[in-house]
Write a protein that binds this ligand. Structure first.
Ligand SMILES: [Mg+2]
Length: 362
């Protein structure tokens, strides 16, 4: 047993040494192409190839005709760019922010860095690279996971946000403390998105914050929830799975403020919560303040549907933990991503769908 553990440790140390050597080698190369920033400075967004590009047609070939036909098809079509996927507008907006940051801070590595996560066959990589170049995206890091869990890679790249179509991998990432969300094929209606400003909208409970208050609302009803929130107004909520991503956005926003560009900042953040302002809003605002985080606009809907408001905001991505909010947003053309975290996963439109495990002890 202990021998096995030692071997694993030795392998880990070896892998770390390899990683350090690779970085050192890369750092010594001279090139005119802008280099990807170092993970410790960058805000790293890991996107799966199926969220960046729409590969539905190709996926069908894989499912119906098998892997050999799929790879052959991708090779035959490798000069044909893949269609844009659901995360594409977000990635494009990240590039816009990077261009502004590079202009203001030519030597800084505090930029967005995109890592493309794919379990595709290496041969399919050529089509991915061609597509990335076709759309003028700067994505230098590819991570071919070969179907294995991406968690190790996400940690090695110090990922600030992971987006995938695979809910299982996303759940695993959240359990490991990595901000992550599941994306779905975009709805039919496409809102016109800003091409000068990245807009990110967050739900509050069980997204930026933990689900501690949501548990009260779900188990004891709204009145108990309001009382609870009043009572604990000055006690900050615990952090939720996406808090660190808001923090990372704030770090980049402050770089614009430092150059007197608050009004023209190309990053804008929104809190879109079903909470009502008067009865339960103060606690979330005070929590954000206690974290030293700002949100540009806080919208308290008091239970009203989120879709129509999001239609006005037109975010590049909206994060929510409850599927019915995601569906409502998608129906009105908003790109929405699901954060599979917290008590809300056990409910559908307010109804319990999964009984909590019964205590068998007496
Ligand atoms: Mg929520």
């Amino acid at each position: 047993m202990s021998e096995l553990k030692q071997t694993t440790l030795a392998t880990d140390a070896g892998a770390e040494k390899d990683w350090a050597a690779a970085i050192a080698f890369y750092d010594n190369l001279k090139t005119k192409i802008p280099r990807p920033p170092k993970p410790q400075y960058a805000v790293t967004i890991a996107v799966s190839s199926r969220t960046l590009f729409n590969m539905d047609a190709e996926g069908k070939i894989y499912e119906e005709e098998g892997v050999e036909q799929y790879v052959a098809y991708q090779e035959q079509h490798e000069t044909e760019p893949l269609k844009q996927g659901v995360a594409f507008p977000l990635v494009k907006a990240l590039m816009t922010v990077n261009a502004r940051l590079r202009h203001l801070y030519p030597d800084s590595e505090e930029l967005f860095d995109i890592v493309l996560m794919t379990n595709n066959h290496a041969q399919v990589g050529v089509r991915l690279i061609n597509s990335i170049n076709h759309y003028g995206l700067t994505i230098e890091r590819f991570c071919m996971t070969g179907g294995k869990s991406p968690i190790g890679y996400l940690k090695a790249y110090m990922t600030n946000l992971y987006l995938s179509k695979d809910g299982k991998k996303v759940t695993e990432a959240i359990e490991e403390g990595i901000a992550a969300a599941t994306m779905f094929t975009a709805g039919n209606v496409e809102n016109q998105l800003s091409d000068t400003q990245l807009r990110v909208a967050f739900d509050g409970d069980a997204v930026l914050f933990s689900d501690e208050s949501e548990i009260i609302a779900k188990s004891k009803g709204l009145d108990s929830f309001f009382e609870h929130e009043k009572l604990f107004e000055n006690k900050p909520l615990a952090q939720g799975p996406l808090k660190c991503f808001l923090e990372a956005l704030g770090k980049l926003q402050r770089k614009f403020y430092a150059k007197n560009e608050r009004m023209t900042c190309p990053i804008r953040t929104y809190l879109v919560t079903a909470r009502s302002a008067a009865s339960s809003g103060a606690r979330v605002l005070k929590t954000l303040r206690s974290w030293g985080l700002e949100i540009d606009e806080a919208l308290f809907l008091a239970g009203a549907p989120k879709g129509p408001l999001l239609q006005k905001i037109r975010p590049h991505i909206f994060f929510d933990d409850q599927m019915f909010h995601i569906e409502g947003a998608k129906e009105l053309g908003t790109i929405a991503a699901h954060v599979p975290y917290g008590i809300g996963q056990k409910y559908d439109k307010g109804k319990l769908i999964e009984q909590p495990a019964k205590d068998t002890k007496h």
